[in-house]
Design a protein around this ligand. Structure first.
Ligand SMILES: Cc1cc2nc3c(=O)[nH]c(=O)nc-3n(C[C@H](O)[C@H](O)[C@H](O)COP(=O)(O)OP(=O)(O)OC[C@H]3O[C@@H](n4cnc5c(N)ncnc54)[C@H](O)[C@@H]3O)c2cc1C
Length: 639
């Protein structure tokens, strides 16, 4: 069978002019890497890799590697010749390239060294051999271990696909009427992903249909629906079914998952995939508002904001997307935002994907895979350096290290270059804390353009009281409103709420945690046998990377644990207390060296009320990938 990434042969009626037009839409560096696969023999490959047409640098979301227009044109002309010659040979499947050469190609694209330790991870992620090597082999004996998965968002769906491949009987319970989780619920105007879509997709389900580089919610939702259908997962899901509790029975060594209708499901293992950002947070504010008031994750289908006075409370990642999307139609928009957000310059944030990209992913061998590398690499572990605190650096209120300060200067210039004629606005929108300490937002200028509109006002205050037709801020200023939007985020630090999870000896998981949710590699907890969390404590990514890659790592870990269990013919598996404590202590020690723990942030969901950070993963993705791929059997007890 032809490698699925090796491209389908180009149809006979496609002209050279049409191919040339398609190449105009492509990333030239990724195109040249596709050419390395297409040419014949080492000499031609070396001519590309050693030649003068090459990227000058790699920056997040900059797909042309800073090549000059002339070099891009020359590279496209060269690529057209290569593609024509390949087509004349009948579009054969390219021969596999040796790992050493693939590593060199990664380095070439990254314009920097790519450490040896990244090569196996990248080869697995890019699947250039066409194999989905994260797919588990069928496990003899899996049939005796029924599993309940709670949640059918991106993570629960992924777990279902992998459990099915391994042969486990499973049922998924999902409170919503459909799959997709985050992308099912967050239908507010402007909702879109801020990790490039060609990377924010499963490694084994790349997509050629994205119409924007950072897709909007409807396209993301239909992606997850399609994956659920293609893998035959829907028939295993009980939609509209909320789990209220999961309880371990010491005697039978099984789990009972209690559903909202009072019925039960019994399982040998539970995969809890309820998300970190699934339960909306709305502050408890005195007073009553008479008009429509809703959280952004509960945006009503039928609300019409045309000509209305709208007050939006909060402007983090979500409010930042909502404001530009509604400012045109409302009469007035008042945004109450307690602290400013740092923004990452991304001029192409709203750009459409040209039709040539889909064509190239379908027809040009490995173009899509190398483009994925381009989207992935700069956001992989590079961002950690800018988040690391240098204790000798000062002032720490402003930045936490030399690299972090360079980022501050760059981000500040991006902001001030847009509004430097308005010193009052500059004072409001340049954050007074170090960059990357809170989620950094992708920006193409639309936020500040929105704030400078006559019908939009940014108020640097929180809300103190509601009145039937107004929101009153902390200074006592009344902001008249017909509609109130809560863009106030999620209960990110209340893991698994409102579910009750009870482990061995009747121990309640949240009581066991107290204020410090934790898990071995973010997934397992001693005393809660065969209970696995996805997107659990210390798994969120703050410095780049896609949660899909993180979840793929976590699911590899779950499958590795289940293999240990099945191979041993045991009843349960859980981490040792020593492994759990050690991981927590090391993770916390590391988190405290990162900017997310800065005491100068003010407000933000990374920190809990005590200023501690329990949701974020401070480790390099390459390390997390290695640890979750091969969990150490010595860290587990099988009973
Ligand atoms: C607006 C927004 C934008 C985001 N943008 C990005 C981005 O750009 N890049 C990125 O990497 N991540 C982003 N994220 C994070 C995003 O949550 C993850 O990428 C991913 O969607 C998480 O998938 P999940 O399945 O783990 O959780 P979720 O998508 O939250 O899914 C959890 C599922 O569990 C269900 N559920 C919860 N409790 C129960 C229960 N008790 N019983 C039954 N079902 C239950 C929910 O209904 C939901 O379907 C964003 C999040 C939000 C909210």
């Amino acid at each position: 069978m032809r490698n699925p990434h090796a491209g389908r042969p180009i149809e006979p009626d496609v002209t050279d002019q049409e191919i040339a037009a398609a190449l105009e839409d492509l990333s030239v560096p990724a195109l040249l890497m596709a050419c390395v696969h297409l040419v014949e023999g080492d000499a031609q490959r070396r001519a590309i890799l050693d030649g003068p047409l090459r990227p000058q640098g790699l920056f997040l979301n900059e797909y042309q590697g800073y090549m000059s227009p002339e070099d891009q044109a020359a590279a496209r002309a060269f690529a057209l010749d290569v593609i024509r010659a390949w087509r004349e040979r009948g579009c054969p499947e390219p021969e596999p390239l040796p790992p050493g050469l693939l590593h060199e190609m990664m380095t070439w694209l990254a314009c920097d060294s790519v450490g040896e330790e990244y090569v196996p991870m990248m080869l697995e992620e890019l699947a250039l051999d066409g194999a989905d090597s994260r797919a588990p082999e069928p496990m003899a004996g899996a049939a005796a271990y029924p599993v309940v998965i709670i949640g059918c968002g991106m993570s629960g769906l992924l777990a279902a696909i992998r459990l099915q491949q391994a042969g486990f009987p499973f049922v998924v319970v999902e409170k919503n009427p459909g799959p997709g989780g985050t992308w099912f619920e967050n239908r507010y105007p402007g909702a879109r992903v801020d990790v490039g879509s060609h990377f924010y997709s499963y490694s084994f389900e790349p997509a050629d249909h994205w119409t924007e580089f950072f897709s909007r919610q409807p396209e993301l939702l239909s992606y997850f629906e399609r994956v659920a259908d293609e893998h035959g997962i829907r028939e295993h899901v009980r939609f509209g079914t909320e789990a209220t509790a999961a309880t371990y029975d010491d005697e039978s060594r099984t789990w009972t998952v209690t559903l909202a209708d009072g019925s039960d499901l019994t399982a040998r293992a539970v995969v809890c995939a309820v998300g970190q950002l699934n339960r909306p947070f709305v502050p408890d504010v005195p007073g009553d508002f008479a008009g429509p008031a809703f959280h952004t994750a509960r945006w009503p289908d039928d609300v019409d904001l045309t000509g209305k006075d709208v007050v939006m409370v909060g402007a983090g990642a979500t409010g930042f997307q909502v404001a530009p999307a509604i400012a045109d139609s409302v009469r007035s928009l008042t945004v109450l935002q307690r602290t400013a957000q740092w923004m990452f310059p991304n001029p192409g944030y709203h750009d459409a994907v040209g039709p040539g990209v889909g064509w190239a992913i379908r027809h040009l061998p490995f173009y899509g895979r190398w483009f994925r590398f381009l989207t992935l690499w700069p956001g992989c572990d590079a961002g950690l350096a800018a988040a690391k605190v240098d204790p000798d650096w000062s002032p720490q209120q402003q930045s936490v290290s030399e690299v972090n300060d360079m980022v501050r200067v760059m981000f500040t210039e991006w902001i001030t270059s847009q509004v430097d004629e308005d010193p009052e606005l500059v004072a409001k929108v340049v954050p007074p804390y170090p960059p990357t300490a809170k989620r950094t937002l992708q920006d193409n200028g639309s936020w500040l353009r929105t704030l400078t509109r006559d019908n939009v006002e940014l108020v640097r205050k929180g809300v103190s009281r509601l009145e039937p037709d107004a929101v009153v801020d902390e200074d006592g200023v009344r902001h008249p409103a017909d509609v109130l939007v809560w863009a106030t985020g999620f209960r990110a630090n209340d893991f698994l709420v409102p579910m009750t999870v009870t482990g061995r000896g009747g121990v309640d998981l949240r009581e066991h945690w107290g204020a410090r949710p934790r898990a071995h590699l973010g997934v397992t907890v001693p005393g809660f046998p065969s209970f696995f969390m996805l997107y659990g404590p210390a798994t969120n990514l703050a410095s780049g990377g896609s949660i899909i890659l993180a979840s793929e790592c976590e699911v590899s870990y779950v499958l590795a644990c289940l293999r240990m269990l099945v191979d041993a013919g045991g009843d349960t598996i859980e981490p040792t207390g020593a492994a759990y404590d050690d991981y927590y202590e090391r993770t916390q020690a590391e988190v405290k060296t990162m900017v997310w723990s800065s005491p100068y942030i003010g407000h933000g969901y990374y920190q809990d009320e005590a200023g501690e950070v329990h949701g974020l993963n401070p480790w390099r993705l390459v390390d997390y990938w290695a640890w979750t791929r091969d969990p150490d059997p010595a860290d587990f007890e099988v009973a």
